[in-house]
Write a protein that binds this ligand. Structure first.
Ligand SMILES: [Zn+2]
Length: 471
């Protein structure tokens, strides 16, 4: 334990520099050329064998060290979010107006997982124990795609366990399951005409998009209440006096289980057909990606928790508290209250007292669904997977926000990141030293997946539509 902790403390300046470099690059999904290179080069220089461009995804890579079993995989991410560029300041000030920013802390996510891989390699090299350490550089998590396409290529199949984390306002082992989802674009094709002179000669693709959305909004009433259906119109024509010949709408369909997403998605396909029929247009369905809900592995969660207890929560200083306090003045006043109303957190009323969490939250929320989705879900249906979170942002900080970008670039984010790196590395070593824990995790995984083994959410020959996610 002491070795891993002191090794990572020693490496902290290098890891912080990587996190800062990725933060400053702030690249969108599948465009993370700088971010993936800085990580891959670092691991290569530290003795890992690196394979770049895996699964035909240019920015995906795998770094490996060691030999034999078990094979422990750390999952990293490094993509940013559109439009929320922000300096490390408690007032809104973009670095580059309109540019992307790390509003989900993936600059920290990838770097901590990389640090964990490096520390576990050191521990194994010292002890001479058998075992393989892998770091997965996974692009485009924000569009729920990177790991799904990597999974289809089989890159996770031979792992014994996968370990990862996510930045958060709380430090804990993740016990929730999130939602499964499909991401799909519907493009309608009509005919142009003068919208006033000869509209009878036109067929409006925008009408089709609007009618499809009306249909989807009525569909809401007749799906399970936990489902989420949301859309944006990505193309709606050029100017009002031209009947739009082309229009497009992008949908996410989410639900607690993959099978529920598939059922609702099939009904949405019918809604699109109906809209085309009503408007005399034709349409294409462009399926971008889909992912699974996270499958909880309780055996691994226990191992991670006992290691998180050893590491403890991040130790924030007065300057961190002050920055967090200033950031928190910019949030909705009730955001912390709302969180504490959640029965999972109601007993931690002390969280109201400081702007940053300085406690560990014991394991809870066993397998319950939350609103969001992650492509970690797909990995969790292929190998036993465990996740934690560490405090990297103030309590009540909105997700995907400029405040999150600021915190992810500050010392608050880095302190949380270091807790995550230490805990994940210790968890990996604990599993290598206790093969019976891996066996237990695998038995639980077999039991939970035996009736519904992982099936890639899209066809085998589907080519990754790299350019479709951000235009
Ligand atoms: Zn994220």
């Amino acid at each position: 334990m002491a070795d891993i902790v002191s090794f990572l403390d020693k490496k902290a300046p290098e890891l912080f520099a990587i996190a800062d470099e990725v933060w400053a690059a702030a690249e969108l999904g599948f465009q993370e050329y700088k971010s993936s290179k800085v990580q891959a080069d670092y691991l290569e220089a530290n003795g890992f064998t690196v394979e770049r461009g895996v699964a035909d995804v240019p920015t995906a890579f795998i770094a490996e060290w060691g030999s034999g079993r078990p094979i422990i995989g750390f999952l990293g991410e490094f993509d940013a979010l559109a439009g929320i560029s922000q300096e490390v300041l408690a007032e809104r000030k973009p670095v580059v107006p309109g540019a992307p920013g790390h509003g989900c802390g993936h600059n920290l996510l990838g770097t901590a997982a990389l640090g964990a891989a490096l520390a576990l390699k050191e521990a194994l090299a010292k002890s001479g124990k058998a075992g393989t350490v892998r770091y997965y550089g996974c692009p485009a998590e924000e569009v729920l795609a990177g790991k799904v396409y990597m999974a289809r290529a089989g890159v996770f199949d031979d792992l014994d366990v996968a370990i990862t984390w996510h930045p958060s306002s709380l430090t804990m082992v993740s016990m929730g399951s999130g939602t499964a989802m499909n991401s799909v674009k519907f493009r309608f094709h009509g005919k142009t005409a003068h919208a006033a002179g000869d509209p009878h000669n036109g067929r409006s693709a925008l009408d089709a998009v609007e009618l499809m959305n009306v249909g989807a909004n009525y569909l809401r009433e007749h799906v399970i209440p936990e489902a989420r259906i949301h859309y944006v119109i990505t193309e709606g024509g050029g100017q009002p006096n031209v009947v739009p010949a082309e229009a497009e709408v992008w949908y996410f369909v989410r639900a607690p289980r993959r099978s529920q997403v598939e059922e609702i998605y099939a009904r949405l396909l019918d809604v699109a057909k109906g809209a085309a029929l009503m408007t005399g247009t034709t349409h294409d369905v462009n399926f971008l990606t889909g992912c699974y809900e996270v499958l909880l592995n309780e055996a691994l969660a226990e191992v991670m928790w006992r290691n998180l207890e050893k590491v403890g929560p991040p130790k924030f200083d007065e300057a961190d508290m002050e920055f967090a306090r200033k950031l928190s003045f910019t949030f909705d006043k009730n955001s912390v209250e709302n969180m504490l109303r959640n029965p999972d957190f109601a007993e931690f009323q002390e969280l109201k007292e400081k702007p940053l969490a300085t406690i560990l939250i014991p394991p809870r929320r066993r397998g319950r669904a939350g609103g969001g989705s992650t492509d970690v879900g797909d990995v969790s249906w292929i190998v036993p997977t465990v996740q934690m979170s560490a405090s990297t942002v103030p309590l009540g900080c909105p997700g995907h926000s400029w405040q999150h970008v600021a915190s992810s670039g500050s010392s608050i984010g880095k302190k949380g990141m270091l807790v995550a790196a230490k805990t994940m590395a210790l968890c990996g070593l604990d599993l290598i030293e206790h093969p019976e824990e891996i066996a237990k995790a695998k038995a639980e995984f077999q039991e939970k997946t035996k009736d519904s083994p992982y099936k890639c959410p899209f066809p085998k020959d589907r080519k990754l539509p790299l350019d479709e996610f951000f235009k």
